[in-house]
Design a protein around this ligand. Structure first.
Ligand code: DAH
Length: 360
């Protein structure tokens, strides 16, 4: 057997024996790489006599072609084998649900959802949204709202005060959204129809109170506005928000320095087995404070109370969110616990609209 035939057999056996692509590549390098056995033979052609080259040339080139073909065939076979093994081991269960994308997995906080819901309801009644700063002055939070200096109603608010500044002025975290009534009346001409959702702060903490909470204020200032309008607006709001056909309401006299008369409004509910339902039952639940804007407040804002009247109301957003979505404790609202949020949160693309539904 000639040397070439022996070499060919050795290489072809090595190719057949290679069990993966890495082993096959080593065989290729040993034969056809720079220092490979066949490469050496090809190089030796240069030093041969023309006659010898005529004889050996086709043999060596033939050997190279045979080895190349064998390498290619083996590589294809190994690739197929590897793919088959993968297909066997990695079975795709096409009946499994498609995993949610990161963006779809996020949830909207119930407070944001409820603010969007009530904004949609009041926008439909022609209300704009107004906003003001969380850090307020005593003037906007109290004085302009007809809380006289030293009046006990100021103490009821459990205010967080800042240290006095260089001018001796003591700023505070607003205790209610009512200061934005003043800011709105001072900058906008009547007729005014706004709602004011926002953060509010009081030094208080238990199952239904947190130091930071949310209110939504409503304000209407015009020439002919009266309590009948207020009653209708609140009833329409409650029906739309709690998604019931009818809701009975009652008002009780109350006191707020910035309204006269002042009332607290309760809505009819049932409390069966600890669950509160609206639009039925014989029980009552307080949901807001309201009244006709006090003439002093209108005067403070540069308007003539003989020309303009209006009404206002203030409602706890967290409270109505707890009532609507059956959340018993307020504190987890602000604990940023992802388990709570994935349970009570809303899908990012479920935007509340009156046409499409508020809370579906
Ligand atoms: N600001 C009041 C509070 O936080 C709530 C309130 C009551 C707002 C009556 C009003 C209103 O606009 O008319 O207790």
């Amino acid at each position: 057997m000639s040397d070439l035939t022996t070499l060919q057999q050795t290489i072809l056996t090595a190719i057949t024996d290679a069990t993966d692509e890495a082993a096959l590549e080593s065989v290729r390098i040993a034969a056809l790489g720079k220092a490979g056995s066949i490469s050496a033979l090809l190089k030796s052609l240069g030093g041969m006599s023309p006659d010898e080259r005529k004889e050996k040339g086709p043999q060596i080139n033939g050997l190279r072609d045979i080895v190349n073909d064998a390498l290619l065939a083996r590589r294809t076979a190994l690739k197929d084998q590897a793919l088959n093994a993968r297909l066997q081991s990695e079975r795709a269960d096409v009946s499994l649900p498609v995993p949610e994308s990161m963006a779809a997995r996020g949830r909207i906080h119930p407070i944001s959802q409820v603010i969007d819901e009530l904004t949609a309801i009041f926008a439909d009644m022609g209300f704009a949204v107004a906003e003001g700063p969380d850090i307020e002055t005593d003037f906007y939070n109290f004085t302009a709202l007809n809380f006289p200096v030293g009046h006990p109603a100021r103490e009821m608010h459990d205010t967080f005060f800042f240290s006095p500044d260089a001018q001796g002025e003591r700023k505070l975290l607003r205790t209610h959204t009512s200061p934005v009534q003043i800011r709105t009346m001072m900058t906008q001409k009547p007729p005014i129809r706004v709602i004011i959702p926002g953060r509010t702060y009081r030094c208080d903490s238990d199952q239904t109170h947190t130091p930071m909470f949310h209110q939504v204020e409503g304000l209407v200032i015009d020439k002919g506005s009266h309590l009948g309008h207020l009653k209708w607006i609140l009833a329409e709001f409650c029906k739309a928000f709690f998604e019931v056909d009818d809701v009975k309401m009652r008002s009780r006299p109350s006191f707020f320095p910035f309204t006269e008369p002042s009332m607290e409004v309760d809505i009819q509910c049932s409390r069966k087995g600890g669950e509160i339902r609206f639009g039925e039952g014989e029980d009552w639940l307080e949901i807001l404070g309201c009244g006709m804007v006090h003439p002093n407040v209108i005067r403070h804002c540069g308007l003539d109370p003989d020309d303009y009247q209006g009404f206002a109301w203030g409602m706890g957003i967290d409270r109505i969110a707890m009532l609507k979505y059956g959340m018993p404790d307020l504190r987890p609202f602000f604990e940023a616990d992802i388990r709570w949020l994935s349970h009570y949160g809303f899908r990012p693309l479920d935007l509340p609209t009156l046409a499409g539904g508020l809370s579906v």
